[in-house]
Design a protein around this ligand. Structure first.
Ligand code: ZN
Length: 162
């Protein structure tokens, strides 16, 4: 074994040290090792830094609320298509999961939903019937025509079938 060779203390690679004190094969390994050894200290420092600036950040956000909102709005408008596309993609990718979750949620809360619907229609009985009446009056002609068309269609289907 040649005593000129050493194993890097970080990556384990064999290297030829330039001097006896060299422990790592290259500066990256030295930095990496230093970071590994002081990870907790770095993390602690960044948390402290974050906490120290929390108040300042809040203040700044409060002062620039309008500007930030405007910027976000503009950013959204400029990238609207991208956002819509992304939303759509996300939805399509998770369609089954989303549907399944909605179904599960509905099933789990079916009693609550039906209870809610019942109460809602009871509480708004007058309003609903009034609304229906108004809706019917407003759309009388259209509804009548629709019904007529529907009857005609059924009749035709029936005639054809016979
Ligand atoms: Zn190394």
């Amino acid at each position: 074994m040649n005593s000129h060779f050493k194993n890097c203390e970080n990556c384990g690679n064999v290297f030829i040290p330039a001097n006896l004190r060299q422990r790592f094969c290259n500066p990256d390994c030295r930095h990496e090792n230093y970071y590994e050894l002081n990870k907790d200290k770095f993390k602690q420092r960044s948390i402290e830094h974050y906490n120290n600036n929390k108040e300042l950040r809040k203040e700044w956000q409060e002062e620039n609320k309008e500007k930030i909102r405007e910027y976000q709005k503009e950013y959204y408008l400029n990238n609207k298509e991208e956002f819509v596309k992304l939303d759509k993609k996300r939805y399509l990718e998770n369609k089954d999961t989303i549907r399944e979750r909605q179904r599960e949620y509905y099933l789990e809360n079916r009693d609550t939903f039906s209870e809610y619907n019942k109460r809602y229609s009871l509480e708004n009985k007058k309003y609903i019937s009034k609304y229906n009446k108004i809706y019917y009056l407003k759309n009388k002609e259209r509804i009548r025509k629709q019904q007529q068309e529907y009857r005609q269609k059924m009749k035709n289907t029936y005639l054809i079938k016979r």
